[in-house]
Design a protein around this ligand. Sequence first.
Ligand code: ATP
Length: 452
Amino acid sequence: MALQDMDKLVSLCKRRGFIFPSSEIYGGLASTWDYGPLGVELKRNIRDAWWRATVQERDDMVGLDAAILMHPQVWEASGHLAGFADPMVDCKACKQRWRADALKEGRCPACGGEVTAPRNFNLMLKTHLGPVEDSAAVVYLRPETAQGIFVNFANVLSATRRKLPFGIAQIGKAFRNEITPGNFIFRTREFEQMEIEYFVKPGTEDEHFDRWVQARFDWYVNLGIRPENLRRRPHGPDELAHYARACSDIEYRFPMGWSELEGIANRGDFDLRQHAQSSGKELTYFDEETKEHIVPSVIEPSAGVDRSLLAFLADAYTEETVRGEPRVVLRLHPALAPIKVAVLPLSRNERLLPLAQEAHALLRPHFMTQGDDTQSIGRRYRRQDEAGTPLCVTIDFESLEDRAVTIRERDSMAQMRVPLAALAATLRAKLAGEPCDEAHLPEGGKWLGARG
Ligand code: ATP
């Protein structure tokens, strides 16, 4: 997907109700976005898929949901208060502001002009707790979810009696006063993270690090991202944070070029030691084998919900020509698709209504569905293609006679006729990956071929 295609994506997101500019009726708020009816489903499905892969399907992980507001000392101990700043430069000629690390040969990337010396900006959003706005009440909106995990390490350990290695997963909002937000939802000031802190015995970091990089790479591929649009980028020694022993980004080929999708870091024991020292509490693990209290090392896979949503959308976006007509289709993985099944009566004819309602009521408990009886059936198919809906069910006049309906598959546009009694099971099988072809018809089903 090229840079100009980002505009097409932004416009599709607005048109179909994935993402709207925030506070749009007031002119919008810079780089802030609201998720609409389809966007909220897609986002939820991404979170669910992540939780499933990182918590539900593993026996070494538990979850957490810590508060966004935390004790101010957390940010002193973590180093955010002192160090959470991007050195920035201003171009003296065109006045644009840049991250110092984005400069080309020390000059402005836009006009080549001379730039100021780098200055630091604190990226944490500040607010006051309680009615009195004095300095004692200053708190910060968390700039990452990770610290909520570290400060709960001892609580989780004593509540769950976990043995190393084990991890804690958390999904939640984070806030950064980014100096250069942009590229749609790629970099915003309010965003959502999916983070894991995986605690391991010192000395075993490297093997766990490699395993997590692979597991996280595979997660994107299993959810439909084309492997050629993903790559690993190990950080060079000059890029590493002072406490990090290794870091590898998973990058996606976004419309604006290869950029970080997720970072996986080997953070050693830096965070637990910092919080132990700052709080005066012991944050250790008792090793039964050696009878010693140890400070575990930690591997941190840190992903963005919004950023992966952008990658999933960009990767799914396809333009094609079908019998001379353009078709835009979002080839989203069925697990991510906001609507799984659309229920479409052929027309608004009232004779079709009761059966359409019956079919819809039958499916609603099993899948996220949507009914649509406006405009021609061809237009409604195209609309569902743009929404990424994998399957449509059409009720026509023949259905009134034979109590069978048509299933139409998004990607191949293949159609098959199936008895209403077999509908839910057939849809479930197709959504789980069973091919939509002649060899996979339910009993009493009829193959209709590709129709458009
Ligand atoms: P970048 O270099 O792009 O600013 P980072 O290295 O600061 O990112 P991390 O602190 O490693 O990012 O955050 C982990 C993940 O959180 C990122 O890979 C990204 O998916 C997401 N993320 C971080 N900052 C933002 C943001 N401003 N907007 C949207 N997502 C973000």
